[in-house]
Design a protein around this ligand. Structure first.
Ligand code: GLC
Length: 623
């Protein structure tokens, strides 16, 4: 049970604290916007226990000072049009690098206008369809109703959508706003021209972000974004009144205590999408938002013991938030990481102070794309190469760099790998290749251009070829195939929720449809997405929008599946909106960046003196 207390700190700020020596203040807003001001303190902890005078002090004793943060065109004053005044203020520790920003819009007016016109077109089209009573299918109407019912308000403003609204199932934490779950909701709202909820979400979650690096009591690392948050009512004063507070979960309450590595990456991806679709680039240029991006990147780009450019994470650090044998360098995290780096590179305001960060981003992008394109790719040719690998090679020139024993090629893959097409494997570590196909990572690799155009085509070819296995009667399998028997026992710890072909272990997740749609549209194959959507549309509304489906072809509603799962609803709506307005998809995807290829080619060339060029780059790895 979480205990939340209300304490008035030395700056007169209300704080909520929890046991376990962590002062859990940060994200509490004293009063609702409009009445006074919103403010939040970064995560802080008090060594003296869980009541803190540290309300106004950072860990190192540096005082926090209230700073006003402006929009893009001037410090300390003014409100961003359409924004709540309250967001103009945040509290930051004095020792942060935060500076007031004075920037000019980095985005051409033409592009802003184009985005707005497109959104308007979506709205007009919807309206025209409604008045004609045409094609706004019953399931689409129901989906919008459900999505709106799932909206969570904080101090009178919409801030997100709850994970599920299932009246029959145990609540657990499904009444919370999950960062990753909100992404398809946000896109549906944005594509419909309803932008306020997304803006509020981005700013409120930013204020929940952890600022203070701590080492014990499972406190979150600096820059970590929560997995989810809940709006709680806590008593205020003695008069029986209540006030609303935002209570984040960084994994400390989550089943299995899993760290949400993907949250910050999704937050950055959504921030860019918000700017692209609304044309409101001022939001991403705000100093607090810029600081938020930097904190996430610092966490991801910091040095460790790892030798690879991929992010090293624990099991359950993403959508698959239970033990499923994906610790190490899972594809899903790498694809989101790559996407978030591409987004950040566009959004970070260029200045003397940001030069080294931008350089670090570029270096990592090059190394990461080289590593994934080269070592994670599996197709007939590559599997055949692995089959004939020599092992125990000691040298810089080793072909089998990770010392993969060919015996690792699983039996199912021998027959399954198609002649045409291929995919990125799930994970790569010393002497270990996880050959399972993970949908989210592969699809996001297409959308973010982590995959070469040729590989992206290959992934869609494979999905088309393996339609029955990956789509079947409900798009889309989270991974393929399921792990069974002893392997299941060892890998999941005999997890009864992740039994073969259920939930994360080969279950089908309709929410993944939007990612599939996006990838298909990007690659000029929207008909493939339409085919998947029509498979889903036949069942989703009738079967009450389940969270996931079971069985090898997805025929059964998941054993413990929530009904009225919001990201199922939103994934369907976003897919529909994207297929109706394919032009919008380009706002969410990335094209190949040839400059990054140069960096990659340089990593291949042995002599540091060899000159790198785009042509060299292309001829080396990228077909
Ligand atoms: C489950 C899923 C996770 C999702 C959460 C809320 O834990 O594994 O990805 O975010 O439910 O829907």
């Amino acid at each position: 049970m979480i205990r939340v207390m209300n304490v008035i700190g030395s700056m007169g700020l209300a704080v909520a604290v929890r046991p376990c020596c962590r002062l859990f203040v940060a994200h509490i807003f004293t009063r609702c916007p409009g009445q006074y001001c919103l403010r939040s303190l970064p995560h802080s902890r008090s060594s003296a226990g869980w009541v803190g005078t540290a309300v106004a002090q950072s860990k190192g004793g540096a005082p926090f000072s209230a700073r006003q943060v402006s929009d893009s065109v001037g410090p300390l004053s003014g409100t961003v049009p359409g924004a709540e005044k309250a967001f103009e203020r945040i509290v930051v520790p004095d020792h942060t690098e935060a500076k007031h920003l004075v920037v000019e819009s980095a985005v051409p007016l033409k592009e802003k206008k184009a985005a707005k016109v497109e959104v308007k077109r979506v709205e007009d089209k919807e309206q025209a369809e409604e008045t004609k009573g045409k094609d706004v299918s019953e399931s689409k109407k129901e989906a919008w109703r459900l999505l709106k019912n799932a909206v969570v308000s904080y101090c009178g403003s919409p801030v997100g959508t709850m994970a599920a609204n299932d009246p029959f199932a145990e609540l657990l934490n499904y009444d919370q706003v999950f960062i990753r779950d909100f992404v398809p909701s946000a896109l549906a709202f944005l594509l419909k021209g309803e932008t306020e909820i997304v803006r509020n979400f981005l700013l409120h979650t930013l204020q929940l972000q952890s600022w203070e690096k701590t080492v014990d009591c499972y406190s979150p690392g600096q820059g970590l974004m929560p997995a989810s948050f809940k709006v709680r009512n806590i008593p205020k004063g003695n008069k029986g009144e209540f006030e609303e507070v935002l209570d984040p979960d960084f994994g400390e309450s989550a089943i299995g205590r899993v760290a949400p590595v993907d949250s910050g990456l999704w937050w950055i991806i959504l921030l860019r999408a918000y700017g692209k679709i609304t044309g409101d680039y001022a939001l991403q240029q705000r100093i607090d938002v810029q600081t938020g991006i930097r904190l996430i990147l610092n966490l991801c780009l910091s040095d460790g013991f790892d030798m690879f450019p991929t992010l090293l994470v624990t099991d359950g650090s993403c959508m698959i938030d239970r033990r499923m044998g994906i610790h190490g360098h899972p594809l899903e995290i790498q694809a989101l990481f790559y996407g978030a780096l591409r987004c950040s590179r566009e959004m970070i305001v260029s200045s003397d102070g940001s030069k080294s960060l931008l350089r670090a981003i570029n270096n990592r992008l090059s190394a990461l794309s080289f590593h994934i394109r080269e070592y994670y790719w599996a197709d007939m040719k590559k599997v055949n190469e692995i089959y004939r690998y020599k092992t125990e090679e000691y040298s810089q020139d080793a072909i089998n760099k990770f010392n993969i024993y060919p015996e690792q090629i699983p039996h199912w893959l021998v027959d399954w790998i198609p002649e045409k097409g291929g995919y990125f494997i799930g994970n790569l570590q010393p002497a270990h290749m996880d050959f399972r196909f993970f949908s989210l990572g592969n699809l996001w690799a297409i959308s973010s251009s982590l995959a070469t155009p040729w590989q992206a085509e290959g992934i869609l070819d494979l999905i088309e070829d393996k339609w029955n296995d990956l789509v079947g009667t409900m798009p889309l399998k989270i991974c393929y195939p399921a792990i069974e028997d002893e392997e299941w026992q060892i890998t999941t710890g005999s997890d009864p929720k992740n039994t073969p072909w259920s939930y994360h272990n080969g279950g089908s997740w309709p929410t993944l449809m939007w990612q599939f749609t996006l990838a298909c549209i990007k690659m000029g194959r929207p008909e493939l997405a339409r085919k998947a959507i029509s498979v889903a549309e036949k069942r989703l509304s009738k079967e009450k929008w389940p969270e996931y489906y079971d069985a090898p072809t997805g025929r059964f509603i998941g054993k413990q599946s929530r009904l009225y799962q919001t990201w199922t609803v939103a994934g369907f709506l976003t897919s529909k909106l994207l297929t109706e307005n394919p032009g919008m998809a380009s706002m969410l995807t990335f094209d190949e960046d040839l400059e990054l290829l140069e960096g990659c080619a340089c990593s291949l060339i042995k002599s540091p003196r060899t000159k790198c060029s785009r042509n060299v780059a292309k001829s080396h790895v990228f077909l």
